[in-house]
Design a protein around this ligand. Structure first.
Ligand code: GLN
Length: 556
């Protein structure tokens, strides 16, 4: 039977609950336990797929094609178990399921209510999340409750986990609460009151946390820990200090040194081997002792440049750890490039255009790609970044001066990127796009495998096949591909049935490293393994930076 660790958050959001939960997952996994993780989100959207990146940050795509919360990305980076669509659910999904049952008459004429119907449904979804995604049922499921204690919308989740712990009994469930202990500079003190209040709020609902993870900008002194323990009724050794650190990969050791994993095992009556921190120590060592440094320009829309590219920035950091280099990512606003030209891109060792949606800033990204191609700067284009690389090449090298994507110009006369339905029956005439009112799940989503062409850079990176996750609607238009390919852009991988371009590249004779991928490789990069594409990209950036140094020396 699965045992559960429920993780709630107090005081404010964005304290790193996902990373703390994932770190605990890593510790328990290294003790030999079969761990899975579940994230419950209190909002009414069915999934985050339709939410703006500004609202929600990155949408993480699972192997089985679910659009999920970015915390699932943290889980996959910290633990070995893979996440699937049932590892994340929202209030929207719970209500959707309950209302469908109600329409089918499954509640036999009863009044359908939050308690018990919504809370029962939540418990069923939790059990389902713990079952799936594992060869067998997980021994421990860490369940993270989104939102903050005290929010109206997360109440049904808290009620559901309270009921679940009552049903499963002692030693089968425990609660962890993450709170903020702010430092008030005018008083020169760490303040424990918000933590006291947030634990009180939890206890009002009937939940007594077994341990507190106290976030602060600095380690919490013993005196404050005593106070927190006294007021929150949590044993002194279960008040754990989690301070700001330069790398998230330091968190497993920080938690373990304060006994968190042992405490959870004791609470749940599990005796295991001790945890092994050597992987994390090695990663932190690589991060902290780089042999070289590279600067990468990441060109995107200003608003979605940080939280919305969580997996991507992590993938670059992982590649840095595996090449012993410090990867400095600088965000360049593509609209700025439109107005001021590409001067801002001078001096970078590599350029990256990530995924994105909508026409704003697109011409600036195309200008950045042209700059990378002409200046022979290593270039990686991901999803939209690959589509724009095809447009740039078509316009400037293949004589298709009006090349565009129908995403930005629905009536483009040279639609080198378009929906399959637009180019499939193409006889030169573009079919009018059907205005679907349902945007959820209409994309190519999830992992898909395809073969790679021999003798290409892609083959040297990936081997003979690639299996990566997708999240996009538009595709390279096969009716216009011959013109582009004969001008020298190589399609190094395509899907076996529909021949959809998956990877494009420039031959080595023309450019040292220029690759565009239709999929999102960042979702499968982990700190332990790194990722071959990002490692190769960073190696190309290192080579470029060495070259720049040599040239500077020669110039003297
Ligand atoms: N907007 C493009 C499409 O839908 C690219 C999407 C992406 O970059 N994830 O195909």
């Amino acid at each position: 039977m699965t045992k559960y660790v429920f993780v709630t958050g107090g005081v404010v959001s964005s304290l790193g609950k996902g990373i703390a939960s994932a770190s605990l997952g890593a510790l328990l996994e290294s003790r030999g336990l079969r761990v899975t993780m579940i994230k419950m989100d209190p909002y009414l959207n069915v999934d985050p797929g339709t939410m703006s990146p500004f609202q929600h940050g990155e949408v993480f795509v699972t192997e089985d094609g679910a659009e999920t919360d970015l915390d699932l990305g943290h889980y996959e980076r910290f633990i070995n178990a893979r996440m699937h669509k049932h590892n994340n659910f929202t209030t929207g999904q719970i209500y959707d399921s309950v209302l469908r049952k109600e329409r089918r008459g499954e509640y036999l004429g009863k009044t359908v209510q939050v308690i018990p119907h919504i809370t029962n449904e939540i418990q069923e979804f939790i059990a389902r999340g713990a079952r799936l995604g594992q060869p067998d049922e997980a021994e421990i499921a860490i369940v993270e409750v989104g939102g903050t204690v005290g929010d109206i919308e997360s109440l049904p989740f808290l009620e559901a986990i309270r009921q679940l712990s009552l049903r499963l009994g002692r030693r089968n469930t425990c609660f962890l609460h993450l709170t903020l202990v702010p430092f008030i500079s005018t008083a020169g003190e760490l303040k424990t009151k918000p933590t006291q209040h947030s634990v009180q709020k939890l206890r009002e609902i009937g939940i007594q946390p077994s341990a507190l993870l106290c976030r602060a900008d600095r380690p919490i002194p013993e005196e404050e820990k005593d106070k927190i323990s006294l007021f929150s009724n949590v044993p002194r050794e279960a008040v754990i200090s989690v301070w700001d650190v330069a790398s998230i990969y330091r968190i497993p050791r920080m938690l373990s040194e304060q006994g968190l994993d042992q405490l959870i095992c004791d609470e749940l009556g599990l005796s295991t081997r001790p945890c092994d921190l050597s992987v994390w120590d090695d990663l932190v060592d690589r991060l902290e002792h780089p042999a070289t440094q590279v600067r990468i320009a990441m060109v995107g829309k200003y608003v979605d440049l940080t939280e919305s590219y969580k997996s991507l920035t992590e993938a670059l950091v992982h590649a840095g750890m595996h090449t012993r280099s410090r990867v400095v990512i600088e965000y360049i606003d593509s609209e700025g490039l439109e107005q001021q030209g590409t001067g801002a891109l001078a001096g970078f060792d590599a350029i990256l255009v990530p995924g994105g949606f909508g026409r704003r800033g697109v011409e600036g990204k195309i200008a950045a790609i042209q700059f990378a191609r002409e200046q022979r700067i290593p270039y990686l284009g991901i999803c939209l970044g690959m589509q724009l690389a095809v447009i740039e090449f078509a316009r400037h090298c293949a004589g298709l001066a009006n090349a565009n994507s129908t995403e930005f110009e629905p009536k483009a006369d040279q639609p080198v990127i378009a929906l399959i339905t637009e180019w499939k029956n193409a006889d030169g005439r573009i079919e009018q796009r059907s205005e679907s009112s349902d945007l959820g799940g209409t994309m190519r989503l999830g992992a898909q495998q395809c073969p790679i062409r021999q003798g290409t850079l892609a083959q040297r990176i990936y081997g003979n096949a690639v299996n990566e996750r997708h999240r996009h609607r538009f595709e390279v238009n096969n009716t216009l591909r011959p013109a582009i390919e004969s001008a020298g852009l190589v399609v190094s991988a395509e899907t076996p049935h529909e021949q959809l371009a998956e990877i494009v590249e420039l031959p080595e004779s023309v450019h040292p490293w220029f690759v565009g991928v239709q999929f999102h490789p960042e979702f499968t990069s982990t700190p332990r393994q790194g990722h071959p594409l990002f490692i190769s990209f960073i190696k190309a950036a290192i080579a470029r930076s060495r070259q720049a140094v040599e040239q500077a020396v020669l110039a003297k």
